[in-house]
Design a protein around this ligand. Structure first.
Ligand SMILES: [Zn+2]
Length: 1023
């Protein structure tokens, strides 16, 4: 037989394009259009319909960037239309959609005149099924959002469209179509047959009989469909395909659980307020789809998004609620938002689950058991324990498939965290969270699936994300056709839970991956938008303080606990940990708003702290010092009683001396002597106690380094390895001056100018402290530059520790393997530590997350360790003015430090003593203390159920097995160990030596914690 397959494939494409598609609608009638432009921000429906509308029409431009235009469309269905099961009436709208990705351009929401939402219209989902029959009247409103395309096709060209102040006012869309159409359902089905079969055929090997069989069937179908009467012959075309569509799948075919989904970023290339509308649009589409396909389930994460719906679209929320009850609309993830997991602090990451699950349980009575983070930028090794402690069982992401260097070896495995907890984990091998169930995607999932031979099941999330509108009726048609189709993986419409139960049963002993799921990509997200990051860090610590003192005041003095205020504040902080806000990858609008929100959070919490403390102490005209941290500071005890910050708190601190020598200014406090040379750099850091020089021969510490930072793609997201090849050491100082010289404290100010920027750095040494404190006040005006702060250290460390949530991870400082080499920029919370057995150095910070810790030879060629912090970047996309202006941050260098001292140093910089004036001299005794510095009290609060019970969360911070006595200074009738949601554990993991019920008179109990273990205790109080 002659091979004409290439020509036949071309013929099929052209026939679909030129004959089948145009025949989809038998008839179309334009509707009458009037319009009204909302002058500012979006308005509610009831306000919009009361406005004066002006005549409008297709072909006319509408929509300034970020504006909203309301279209009032009226008309009637032609009386002669032969409407039946195969011919349906629909509204068809083209707002002026482009071929660009849906979700990054105009979108519309269709309302009935009485305020009921029908469905959205979006670039790849433009029609709305109507229930009006022939002769029936159409009267609808379309809320059209003129969201500009900020992506420029993801060329990463700087754009001013991300800020309404600079986005311009010229209309950016031209209305193309608002018609009522008569849709031919048989032609539509034939189009779906062609799409699935063509997609499958193209994935099959050319030598396979099945491929040829499909090709010939498609050809026969074209032969029998009359191009001049597609409507009259479409059913014959379908009949020609029936046999190839009916052939069952191979017995060994890969099995896919297809879960309807729409990944909606809670803010990104649009502001938070637009996400509120994106959620309404997508969810309304889903409700319409569920109505037509009762066996279809849709999974949506983020309690925050449901909360927006409840607040702004109560009617839609009620309909969602009904579908959740029916099991078709599935809340997943259990978190408040799909947060970043690199940077949120331990308590905040725990609260993502507490707030998220509480919402889902209270509103819907369901508890999601799978963690759903398809898109976050790498996953902390603390997460498995937090997930398990929140009562969840499974974890899903696909982001690791974006790795630039190494391929993760598994798709289904157990992921083990720093404390040893394992979570059953799945990476969908389809490598996307926006699948459309094409032949290409299904084949990719099957080919890539790494567990072949041991297991054969994976999950595919399908639906357009980010305001693309979610799953479509076409995608469901594809799922139905591939349920069992020879040559294709088998597809089952399913839910996340059904998938995980099946996958776990099929693969009971999967392989184990230990430690973080580091994303070898987007390494700039630890540093971009430094003010947003600082706001997060400050808010987390203020929340700790506010809860601690508010709980103390409530228990001691009966002061009302500010439940609502704290809950709202947590919700703000949790929202802003979303995976494009805290990482700094959003437009200017989002970050400006985030900074305003953090300022408001700081005001609110400072007020809570000061008010509750005043209520706790009698009023007066004196002051009280508060220490909310675990360790003593300046003689004020912390919650861990012990003073881990200072080597010997009992010994009187030596005076600080400041001496001018030939080498420079020498600051010495008997613990450390630092020499600041004429350039303002550390030519020597001498550990007086250990008798040890820390600055390697030939280097200098406290060195600011400016790098070219021009990533290959994804500017705000990425720091590329090539940044290191262009470095300017900022060694020139404008001035180096002594600004404080007392026995308690010496301070030297170094001022530098570089480019168009300026930095004023204060270097302080205090009596009794082995840490050198650095305060930076930066006026930053560079573009596409990365500013690092370097400390070369004469320490031979092949690995270094970085603080993460509730513990720390060790990472290699070398580049032996491709996995080590790819970790050239890493995240740390409050401290990093580089050490050799018996000796180490900690570098702590109050708002920095990005670090690199590497090995480099000293002047004599011996290996030393360089710790660098990434202080600032200045990406130009998506916010062209990112990070411009003033920044303030603190760093400390703590000599002679083990891990315990590093932990203490991190708390010292982030939880300084608070002075509250206007109260009589008093010591505010916290509700509890522990007697072992390894066991840190992370949260003291009143219970979420508002019963008045006291909740205490502790964790083991040193990586050791540690026993501690927890001493209680308030009355309680019992204590139980709970999960993060404060529910008693069926099998408490911690031995409560006091037994149960707790002997009230003992006021102490002994706990033994495994390394990095998190324990939550509920102290039950008399009511
Ligand atoms: Zn995302």
């Amino acid at each position: 037989m002659h091979d004409d397959s290439t020509l036949v494939e071309l013929r099929i494409s052209r026939f679909v394009r030129e004959r089948l598609r145009p025949a989809l609608n038998r008839a179309a009638v334009p509707l009458a259009i009037e319009s009204w432009d909302a002058p500012g921000e979006p308005v509610p429906f009831m306000d919009a319909i009361r406005q004066d509308y002006s005549p409008f029409g297709t072909g006319r431009t509408w929509g300034r960037p970020w504006g909203t235009t309301w279209l009032h469309v009226t008309g009637s269905v032609p009386a002669q239309w032969p409407v039946d099961d195969s011919l349906r009436v629909e509204l068809l709208v083209d707002l002026g959609f482009s071929k660009a990705t849906p979700g990054f351009q105009a979108e519309g929401l269709v309302w009935s005149p009485d305020g009921v939402i029908l469905k959205a219209v979006e670039p790849r989902n433009r029609s709305v099924p109507l229930t009006v029959g022939p002769g029936g009247r159409i009267d609808l409103y379309i809320e059209a959002a003129a969201n500009p395309d900020v992506t420029s096709g993801f060329t990463f060209v700087a754009t001013d469209k991300g800020d309404p102040a600079t986005a311009g006012a010229t209309p950016i869309y031209r209305l193309r179509q608002v018609d009522v159409v008569l849709k031919d359902q048989t032609v539509w089905e034939l189009l779906q047959d062609f799409w699935t079969l063509t997609g499958l055929m193209r994935e099959l090997p050319t030598g396979l009989a099945r491929r040829a069989e499909i090709l010939r069937a498609l050809e026969r179908s074209i032969d029998v469909v009359d191009p001049d009467d597609v409507a009259g012959t479409a059913s014959r075309g379908r009949a020609a395909l029936a046999e190839v569509l009916a052939r069952p799948a191979n017995a060994s075919a890969h099995h896919l659980h297809a879960v309807g989904h729409a990944h909606i970023d809670s803010a990104w290339l649009w502001p938070v307020r637009e996400t509120v509308r994106k959620v309404a649009r997508t969810f309304s589409n889903v409700l319409a789809l569920i109505e037509a396909n009762p066996d279809f389930t849709f999974a949506a994460s983020s309690a925050q998004q449901y909360a927006w719906l409840k607040e702004h679209y109560p009617e839609l929320f009620a309909r969602v609620k009904a579908q959740v009850a029916a099991g078709t609309f599935v809340p997943v993830g259990g978190m408040w938002v799909e947060s970043d997991t690199n940077m949120p602090g331990g308590e905040a990451l725990a609260r993502q689950f507490v707030a998220g699950k509480r919402f889902f349980m209270e509103e819907f009575g369901v508890e999601p058991l799978e963690v759903w983070l398809p898109d976050s930028f790498g996953y902390s090794a603390a997460l498995p324990q937090i997930v398990a402690a929140a009562g969840s069982r499974w974890f899903l992401t696909q982001k690791t498939s974006w790795n630039e260097t190494n391929l993760m070896p598994h798709h289904t495995f157990r992921w083990e965290g720093i404390d040893g907890t394992q979570i059953f984990t799945h990476f969908p091998p389809v490598d996307t969270y926006n699948a459309e169930l094409s032949g290409e995607e299904l084949a990719r999932a099957e080919h890539q699936y790494a567990e072949k031979g041991s297991a054969n099941t994976s999950l595919v999330p399908f639906g357009w994300g980010d305001g693309g509108g979610g799953p479509t009726t076409e995608m469901i048609a594809a799922a139905r056709r591939t349920e069992s189709l020879e040559g294709s993986p088998t597809v089952e419409l399913s839910s996340p839970r059904r998938f995980f139960e099946a996958a776990e049963a099929e693969y009971p002993e999967p392989p184990v991956w230990l430690g973080e799921l580091y994303l070898e990509f987007h390494r700039g997200t630890y540093t971009s938008q430094a003010r947003t990051k600082r706001g997060n860090r400050r808010s987390e610590h203020l929340l700790r303080e506010a809860e601690l003192w508010a709980a103390t005041a409530s228990v001691r003095s009966g002061v009302a606990y500010p439940y609502d205020l704290l809950e709202q504040t947590w919700h703000t902080v949790l929202l802003q940990q979303f995976h494009d806000i805290l990482p700094g990858s959003s437009i200017a609008w989002v970050h400006q708003e985030a900074e305003r929100n953090y300022a408001a959070v700081a005001d609110t919490l400072t007020d809570v702290i000061e008010t509750t403390v005043r209520q706790l102490c009698s009023t007066g005209d004196s002051t009280v010092l508060l220490n909310a941290g675990p360790y003593a500071l300046d003689g004020v005890a912390g919650l861990a009683g012990a003073d881990a910050a200072h080597p010997d708190p009992a010994a009187p601190a030596a005076d600080v001396t400041l001496t001018r020598t030939a080498a420079g200014l020498v600051l010495d406090n008997g613990l450390v002597a630092v020499t600041i040379d004429a350039d303002g750099l550390f030519s020597s850091v001498w550990d007086v106690i250990a008798h040890r020089e820390l600055v390697p021969a030939g280097s200098r510490g406290n060195l600011l380094q400016l790098h070219r930072d021009t990533p290959t793609q994804w500017d705000a997201w990425d720091i590329d390895e090539h940044y290191k090849r262009n470095t300017v050491d900022l060694t020139t100082a404008e001035s180096v001056e002594v600004i404080l010289d007392t026995p308690d404290r010496a301070r030297v100010r170094v001022t530098r100018a570089f480019g168009t920027s300026r930095v004023v750095e204060d270097i302080t040494l205090s009596a009794g402290s082995p840490a050198v404190d650095l305060h930076f006040d930066l006026d930053w005006h560079e573009r596409q530059k990365l500013l690092k702060l370097a400390f070369p250290l004469d320490v031979n460390a092949d690995r270094a520790a970085s603080e993460i949530q509730f513990g720390h991870v060790f990472r290699a400082t070398h580049t032996n393997t491709s996995w080590d080499a790819a970790r050239f920029e890493t995240v740390a919370h409050r401290w990093v530590h580089a050490g050799e057995p018996g000796y180490g150095v900690a570098v702590a910070n109050d708002s920095t997350y990005g670090h690199d810790i590497s090995r480099s030879p000293d002047g004599a060629g011996r290996s030393a360790t360089t710790v660098r912090l990434s202080l600032l970047r200045a990406a130009v996309f998506p916010d062209p003015a990112a990070d411009q202006g003033r920044h303030e941050l603190r760093v400390s260098l703590r000599v002679g430090s083990g891990i315990p001292e590093a932990v203490a140093e991190g708390y010292r910089l982030n939880l300084p003593l608070r002075t509250v004036t206007g109260v009589a001299d008093a010591v505010v005794e916290p509700l509890l203390r522990v007697d072992n510095p390894a066991v840190v009290i992370e949260a003291v609060k009143l219970a979420e159920d508002r019963s008045g019970d006291v909740i205490v969360r502790l964790y083991e911070a040193h990586g050791n097995r540690s026993t501690a006595r927890l001493i209680r200074h308030f009355e309680a009738t019992d204590v139980v160990e709970t999960d993060l949601l404060e529910r008693p554990l069926a099998e408490p993991r911690v031995e409560l030596a006091a037994g149960a019920p707790l002997p009230v008179e003992s006021h102490a109990l002994t706990l033994t914690l495994r390394p990095f273990e998190i324990v939550t205790l509920r102290f039950i109080r008399r009511r």
